[in-house]
Write a protein that binds this ligand. Structure first.
Ligand SMILES: NC(=O)c1ccc[n+]([C@@H]2O[C@H](COP(=O)([O-])OP(=O)(O)OC[C@H]3O[C@@H](n4cnc5c(N)ncnc54)[C@H](OP(=O)(O)O)[C@@H]3O)[C@@H](O)[C@H]2O)c1
Length: 395
């Protein structure tokens, strides 16, 4: 049987290389690492090949800004995983995938990207291609947690998800394109909450006097602000009893949260072109200079609802010491469902809606994400101890 070839654009970046390592570990696919620097792609391919002791990884040069290089690289591939900071070129990458009969998965948070993918929806479906967008941690997981809660309640009334991302940025090599994309995302940030039957802009108070959420013994109570993700939009329709649903993101550090982010947001509104590079540099510097331990990444769901007429409360916490591993693991967990056909359907899908939640959570746990539930998953004797060795939370 022919082995599937999966190409990772950004294959030697922080996220891409972890996706590659996990794909080699979890599947028998051939993995191609791609980016603009062939020497770096080849070096990473050699590292991974020596770790895995096999011949299933190779390298190719591809630039998202250059359609012909993309088409050449994608020829013969089953799927392209877009782990590169190239949301500005989403339309070109999608076009190259369609032209070469390649399926697609990306992990960028970007409204520009949606603007490029949505008009292609009919064509994607008509061509029988499967495009999965908004993969990763967030976007990618918050609606998975809500859908999981939806399967546990007869009637789900509240589902709120919060995140903490504490990364030792000083130890990471982040590309200039990635820092710039991050600032563009900030400018696009939508502060929406589902209130009184509709998605509405949160009051300004929510930004300047944010709500807090308890993230357990390591991170404690942290402030977090509403962040609208496309994957949350349809949840009130899926669960009509939901009166409150939303995603809330925690801060990075005081300097970035209170000084750089508002300044970058304002500067990008006034001078979108001129402000991009200096704001990206300032953001990158602020992340490296002011981030402090404890480090780790955590996603927490708080849900309320009815089970057989009785009010119940559910808390589910997912955590990993490494934020980049926590981005790569959900992508690979989703791809396991795609590769065996259960999540492969023609059309444009969101990762958080195409994957089956319970299997995804179990696969993520197996790949190293610590999972803490107020009660065990069905079929499991007890909830596991979490990453820092605490006992599970209680209802
Ligand atoms: N959904 C989530 O939870 C989540 C979490 C983290 C990151 N992300 C997203 O994942 C992406 C990668 O982030 P990262 O932190 O891993 O970035 P990174 O470490 O800076 O890596 C970026 C990669 O993209 C490649 N790249 C940049 N421009 C390119 C182009 N024009 N053509 C081809 N390749 C290009 C870079 O290689 P060259 O520059 O050498 O070409 C590099 O390999 C970003 O879009 C980020 O927003 C999503």
């Amino acid at each position: 049987m022919k082995t599937d070839t999966l190409l990772i654009l950004g294959g030697y970046g922080n996220t891409g290389r972890l996706i590659a390592r996990l794909l080699l570990q979890e599947t028998d696919c051939h993995v191609v690492l791609a980016g603009r620097d062939l020497a770096r792609a080849e070096a990473m391919a050699r590292t991974l090949a020596s770790e895995q002791g096999g011949e299933r990884v190779s390298a190719v040069r591809a630039d998202a800004a250059d359609p012909s290089s993309l088409r050449r690289a994608l020829e013969g591939c089953r799927l392209v995983i877009v782990a590169s900071s190239t949301s500005a070129y989403a339309g070109q990458v999608a076009r190259a995938a369609l032209d070469t009969g390649t399926d697609y998965l990306d992990l960028q948070f970007s409204w520009t990207k949606f603007g490029a993918l949505r008009p292609l929806e009919e064509e994607i479906r008509g061509a029988g291609r499967c495009f999965i967008t908004d993969g990763g941690f967030h976007p990618g997981l918050p609606a998975v947690l809500v859908r999981y809660a939806g399967s546990r309640f007869d009637h789900l009334t509240r589902a709120e998800v919060g995140s903490v991302i504490r990364i030792d940025w000083a130890r990471l090599d982040i590309g200039a394109a990635t820092a710039e994309e991050f600032v563009r995302e900030l400018a696009d940030y939508q502060v929406l909450e589902f209130q009184k039957g509709a998605w509405r802009p949160a009051p300004w108070k929510a930004m300047w006097m944010p709500r807090t959420m308890d993230f357990g013994p390591v991170f404690g109570r942290q402030y977090c602000v509403p962040m609208f993700l496309e994957e949350m939009r349809s949840l009130p329709e899926l669960y009509p009893g939901l009166w409150r649903v939303g995603f809330y993101v925690g801060g990075f550090n005081w300097f970035v949260d209170w000084l750089v982010s508002p300044l970058a947001w304002l500067a990008m509104r006034v001078w979108p072109r001129r402000a991009l590079r200096p704001m990206a540099r300032l953001m990158h510097w602020g992340l490296r200079r002011f981030s402090r331990p404890p480090y780790g990444t955590l996603l927490k769901l708080e849900a309320d609802g009815l089970v057989r007429g009785t009010a119940r409360h559910l808390e589910l916490t997912l955590s990993h010491a490494d934020g980049y591993a926590f981005t790569a693991i959900p992508v690979v967990a989703c791809l396991l469902q795609y590769l065996d056909g259960t999540a492969r359907r023609p059309g444009l899908w969101l990762q958080a809606h195409v994957a089956e939640p319970e299997r995804m959570l179990r696969d993520m746990e197996r790949m190293g994400v610590a999972l803490t539930l107020t009660e065990p998953l069905p079929g499991r004797e007890r909830a596991p101890e979490d990453h820092w060795g605490q006992t599970p939370a209680h209802s």
